[in-house]
Ligand binder design. Structure first.
Ligand SMILES: [Zn+2]
Length: 395
């Protein structure tokens, strides 16, 4: 099947505008892939616990990363107007070779055995019998998305990941993440011939996995926008700019609490865009957490669904400018039952360049209106501090 026939076979709505990639009369959104499987929902861990008086004390009645959050967000996508334009990517488990590009054999063995009932020591990352399979399936989705984009079958794709991945390090699981989905995707792209890969992480927590994995690698740019002085504490400092062979290839952007849509867009325009342009990647990967949202219980940022749409639009334009449009987005955290689905839909709308037809039910809420306020001097100071720290990119 030709690329045009393949794309046209899965879309239904004509726009009348020929698209440069597939040449069809359908809009650019018709080459947006979506990787998801209900099989991922089997990974539904119990509440995390802390040790109190020598015994585990549960933090909440459910895990902060409960499976219903993923199911709910997927349901909203299927009810939106985007359902007719997404190209669904089937998931198959990632081969072990792909995982070994990032994780140690001993760690992978420990994770597999823990899923089978063995001992486990992940930090806020409980394991269930389904964890190993779900984690491999999510990575499989990232690999399929990277392949489709590198092959030119899709211009861009979103992986609805479960579990997420951006905290996972080569030898340990941290905070609901077990395998570093996008780091493995980056290594896969490199092995396929991509010369440079940029990872942009807008999850409210630090993208510590990519910082550690690619610390001294000049072929992978790891940019993390996160709430400053937050979790995890061992990474994310703005002065951490990469190893001796990769100065400037780690970019940490610690932002003050209550950073609004406009604040994130300012950081994107003033830092992310010029650095990614100068780095000139062949592929852009995005660790898209919805936990900077205005209602997220795990962060204190103020991003609205419209803000996520604008961020996704920005990154799609940037990928178009520097990487031939090649863009793979994978979801990370996002824990507000009332808002996460609308924020994820916002990301998809931004990538698709079209409206999902679902109004933000919280648009009139004072918190969401505050999220749409201007960037303040604290954000401008934070951006200026990063520019001073990143001497490779800003003189
Ligand atoms: Zn997070």
């Amino acid at each position: 099947m030709t690329r045009r026939a393949w794309v046209d076979s899965v879309v239904t709505t004509p726009s009348g505008t020929p698209h440069r990639l597939c040449g069809s009369i359908y809009a650019a959104c018709h080459v947006l892939g979506y990787a998801y499987s209900p099989r991922l929902l089997a990974h539904d861990p119990p509440p995390t616990t802390v040790d109190v008086a020598g015994r585990p004390f549960p933090l909440g009645t459910t895990n902060v990363s409960q499976a219903v959050l993923t199911a709910q967000a997927h349901e909203l996508v299927t009810r939106s107007a985007l359902r007719g334009v997404l190209v669904v990517l089937p998931l198959t488990p990632a081969p072990e070779d792909a995982l070994l590009a990032v994780h140690t054999p001993a760690y992978l063995e420990r994770l597999r055995e823990a899923s089978a009932g063995g001992p486990w020591d992940g930090e806020y990352a409980p394991v269930t019998p389904a964890t190993w399979d779900a984690a491999r399936l999510t990575v499989g989705g990232v690999l399929a998305a990277v392949d489709a984009v590198l092959d030119g079958r899709l211009e861009r794709a979103l992986v609805h990941a479960r579990p997420p991945g951006h905290h996972a390090e080569p030898d340990r699981a941290i905070a609901s993440t077990y395998l570093n989905n996008l780091a493995i995707g980056a290594e896969h792209a490199r092995a396929r011939g991509a010369r440079r890969v940029a990872i942009v992480d807008w999850d409210v927590h630090v993208g510590n996995g990519a910082e550690r994995i690619f610390w001294d690698r000049a072929d992978v740019l790891a940019v993390s926008l996160h709430q400053r002085d937050w979790y995890p504490a061992h990474a994310g400092d703005l002065r951490a700019t990469g190893g001796p062979r990769a100065e400037g290839c780690t970019v940490n952007v610690p932002l003050p609490p209550a950073t609004t849509d406009a604040g994130y867009l300012l950081a994107f325009d003033e830092l992310v865009a010029p650095i990614v342009r100068a780095f000139a990647p062949d592929l852009v990967l995005v660790a898209a957490g919805q936990d900077p949202s205005a209602f997220d219980p795990t962060g204190r940022m103020l991003v609205s669904a419209a803000g996520f749409r604008a961020l996704a639009q920005r990154v799609a334009l940037l990928a178009g400018e520097v990487a031939g449009g090649r863009l793979v987005v994978s979801t990370e955290g996002g824990y507000s039952p009332v808002y996460n689905p609308f924020c994820l839909l916002g990301v998809l709308e931004g990538l698709a360049g079209t409206d999902g037809g679902v109004p933000d039910p919280w648009a009139g809420d004072p918190t969401v209106r505050a999220a749409q306020g201007p960037a303040d001097d604290r954000v401008r100071d934070a951006v200026a501090a990063v520019r001073r720290a990143q001497r490779r990119w800003f003189t």
